[in-house]
Ligand binder design. Structure first.
Ligand SMILES: Nc1ncnc2c1ncn2[C@@H]1O[C@H](COP(=O)(O)OP(=O)(O)OP(=O)(O)O)[C@@H](O)[C@H]1O
Ligand SMILES: [Mg+2]
Length: 316
């Protein structure tokens, strides 16, 4: 599972993780549940139907499939599978029952979405698991606890019977060592705070935290000594001005002053990033850094990020 504050890179990291997990001869399923077609956009393919589609071949040779789970379609699939309501299910859809069930009862939506993910992890053909790994581009930190715990709530409502059995099986898988929740964050106050809160919440629910992925990391062009000078506004302005003049850049002194102000702001930001990094390190979880890709994310960049994650994986 990849969760994190909105916009920190959950979808990007989930895709990179799926590619990193796909070894030669294995199949990985990459799933999205937010109805946003984020995976199709990322891999630059037409919108995904409610159907698993091969979306990429990983550098190591494995296949990555993608699926956009749709709660309505999942409900019809369920009714068909468990109650053989093929046609009748479609009729329910026409009467708006399916809409009613999936939009009026948001908890039920999550039951259907997690149920589909569970089904994919268990599916076998001729005794062999179809997928070696399933990667979920999960809801954001603000909703992840409820999303992952919804089957616990179901188990509390249904004391016996098939619904209870299914809910128990899903919670068992989610709490087993087979499942890990990875938290994607930036080195900024809010995403880091949400990460810390989510770790606490998920651990209280007995869910396993995998690692923290620090995304969009920028390296400072200044070393620690220069950063310290810049923060104290003690950079040697005259010397910088001389350098600028020698390079034929603008009005040396004014430009040097402007640069020093920028350097101060930069040094302050680097200081804050380091504080945020320490807060993450204090969690005691594995941390992986992914660099900021200057030109934005395209399919090639996802492959590059996946190699960074694959290296981190083989180092451990
Ligand atoms: N390492 C990176 N370098 C540069 N840009 C990145 C990086 N990771 C993600 N991005 C960009 O940041 C934006 C947000 O990323 P993404 O969509 O993966 O985040 P998200 O957490 O899934 O967002 P949402 O909460 O909207 O689902 C996208 O434009 C993506 O291309
Ligand atoms: Mg996303």
């Amino acid at each position: 599972m990849a969760t994190g504050k909105g916009g920190t890179g959950k979808t990007t990291v989930a895709a990179a993780l799926a590619l990193a997990l796909a070894d030669d001869g294995t199949n990985v399923l990459l799933v999205e549940v937010e109805g946003r077609q984020g995976l199709a956009q990322l891999f630059d393919v037409p919108p995904l139907p409610y159907q698993e589609r091969k979306i990429a071949v990983a550098p190591a040779g494995g296949d990555v499939y993608a699926l956009a789970v749709d709660a309505e379609a999942a409900l019809l699939e369920y009714l068909d599978m468990y109650y053989h309501l093929g046609r009748a299910g479609k009729a329910l859809d026409r009467f708006g029952v399916v809409d009613f069930v999936t939009t009026i009862a948001p908890g039920l939506r999550d039951v259907l979405l997690t149920g589909k993910v569970y089904e994919a992890t268990r599916r076998r053909v001729r005794g062999e698991f179809v997928y070696d790994a399933v990667v979920l581009d999960a809801p954001p930190t603000g909703r992840i606890g409820r999303f992952l715990n919804v089957n616990q709530e179901v188990a509390g409502l249904a004391k016996v019977g098939p619904v209870r059995t299914q809910a128990d099986s899903i919670m068992k898988l989610l709490r087993s060592r087979q499942t890990a929740v990875h938290l994607v964050t930036l080195l900024e106050e809010m995403p880091v705070q949400e990460t810390l809160d989510a770790v606490e919440q998920l651990q209280a629910l007995d869910l396993t935290i995998g690692s923290v992925v620090v995304n969009m990391v920028r390296r400072s062009p200044l070393d620690d000594d220069d950063l310290a000078l810049a923060a104290k506004e003690k950079l040697p302005i005259a010397e910088i001005a001389k350098g600028l003049a020698a390079a034929g850049i603008g009005d040396g002194r004014t430009t040097a002053g402007t640069l020093a102000t920028e350097a101060r702001d930069h040094a302050i930001r680097v200081g804050l990033e380091r504080e945020n990094r320490q807060r993450i390190d204090a969690l005691g979880k594995p941390v992986h850094e992914l660099g900021l890709v200057p030109d934005g994310i395209d399919v090639g960049a996802v492959f590059d990020l996946s190699e960074e994650l694959a290296e981190a994986r083989s180092d451990r």
